[in-house]
Design a protein around this ligand. Structure first.
Ligand code: URA
Length: 424
């Protein structure tokens, strides 16, 4: 086998076999194939695509490039979202699944750029440890059925290297490559059932619903071809998921939802995803599973799971009863309407960047974040606002000058009148 033949085959849209793909991935991961030749192959994939068979072989080869998680738990489920703004669904769906008798074992990442990360959100809870050993992780899962920790072992080194190269060579936006990148990491987590939430819109990786649907179908097939029960759903990220964006603010909203205090788009998405997971886990029909998920919230059982897990991970579980114990921002800034205006939509990527400017996110992996910072949306798409009504409120402790964030926040609002709202 040689790399020139492999590049030429993909350039001519000739299908590679499993051995060739595995040889390519291993050769690149161990340094035998240099960046320039891998870049040429990745560009050929961007231009010509891969067949489904090739995509599944690439996914498996990337999964097998590192460790595969083997927990001492008979049956686990996992969910993955392709990344969004204000997405706190894991904090809600995990406790719901566990309350219904299905164990959710999840390893998550930190936020980078305009999207947040579940680990950062959880670390806004005083004392909460995400760096647990695998045996501590298993012990909590056995007690509560739900735990989220940060990744300690290196899974999928092939993806780490290939993703960095794709970022540097304009080869990120290829559906087969995105599928293999995400699914190799998810399959290395080795859960029995997997629900994938593929987002589209201004705050998402996939900008159009059509592309998100193509990616969702391919990811679901990749999961099934690897022997997992798998379902992919497509959800809208043209508006933030829920009202709060930012670490402690999102934990607060998740807790309030589990307290039964709020319904709406966030609740609907969480119930839908939880029902899909429960159905995959064999708990009943989708309608029965939806009812179970709703009951887990209304009975307070899911909140009970979250409370117990937070306690076992060293966090202050009292936040489940009193969210004012979460980090509080020292400063706030209201963006108000100057006159009557109709809200047509939001640019979620801009909202994510606003939140980052306020201190809630990071541009570089080593940046420190302000757990109290973020945005509360005070209106929704379709709302008619009168003069002086609040559009959104910006919060921060570290950012004393709100002017850059306010400009960015205003850019994120699409509205119907010609005059723009002013800052207060
Ligand atoms: N997220 C990933 O992990 N990989 C991609 O290729 C795109 C988004």
């Amino acid at each position: 086998m040689n790399i020139i033949d492999i590049i030429n085959k993909t350039k001519k849209s000739q299908e590679l076999n499993e051995e060739e793909i595995s040889w390519l991935v291993n050769g690149y991961t161990n340094g035998d194939i240099p960046d320039y030749q891998m870049s040429a192959w990745l560009m050929a994939v961007c231009l010509n695509g891969l067949t489904e068979k090739e995509t599944f072989a690439l996914t498996a080869a990337m999964r097998d490039s590192g460790e595969i998680l083997h927990l001492d738990i008979p049956f686990t489920v996992d969910k993955h979202s392709t990344g969004g703004v204000g997405d706190k669904t894991s904090l809600i769906i995990g406790p719901i699944a566990a309350a219904c008798g299905v164990c959710m074992a999840k390893m998550s990442g930190r936020g980078l750029g305009h999207t947040g990360g579940t680990i950062d959100k959880l670390e806004s809870i005083e004392g909460y440890r995400t760096d647990l050993s695998l045996s501590e992780f298993e012990a909590i899962l056995k007690k509560t059925g739900f735990s989220i920790i940060s990744q300690s072992v290196e899974f999928c080194p092939a993806d780490k290297k290939m993703y960095a190269l794709r970022n540097a060579t304009g080869t990120v936006d290829s559906i087969p490559l995105i599928c293999a990148s995400i699914m190799s990491k998810k399959l290395a987590m080795n859960a029995d059932c997997l629900v994938l939430d593929v987002k589209y819109g201004t705050g998402a990786f996939m900008k159009t619903k059509e592309d998100a649907e193509k990616l969702a179908v391919l990811m679901e097939k990749a999961g099934k071809s690897a022997g997992k029960k798998c379902k992919a759903v497509v959800t809208d990220m043209n508006t933030p998921l829920g009202k709060n964006i930012g670490n402690a603010l999102e934990v607060k909203e998740a807790v309030e939802l589990l307290q039964g205090k709020s319904k709406g788009k966030l609740y609907d998405v969480c119930i839908e995803l939880a029902a899909d997971l429960l159905e995959l886990a064999g708990k009943g029909t989708n309608a029965e599973c939806r009812k179970m998920a709703e009951d887990a919230v209304s009975s307070g059982k899911a909140l009970g799971v979250l409370r117990e897990t937070i306690k076992l991970q060293g966090g202050n579980e009292k936040i489940c009863d009193d969210t004012s114990l979460l980090p509080k921002p020292l400063l706030k800034y209201e963006i108000r309407a100057t006159k009557g205006m109709k809200i047509l939509g939001f640019n979620c990527e801009e909202l994510g960047m606003t939140s980052l400017l306020l201190g809630a996110g990071r541009l570089n992996k080593t940046d420190k974040i302000d757990m109290s910072a973020g945005i509360v949306m005070n209106c929704d798409v379709g709302d008619q606002l009168a003069a002086d009504d609040i559009i959104m409120t910006l919060y921060s402790t570290v950012c004393s000058d709100f002017s850059d964030a306010a400009v960015r926040a205003l850019n994120a609002v699409k509205f119907e009148i010609t005059e723009k709202p002013s800052y207060t």
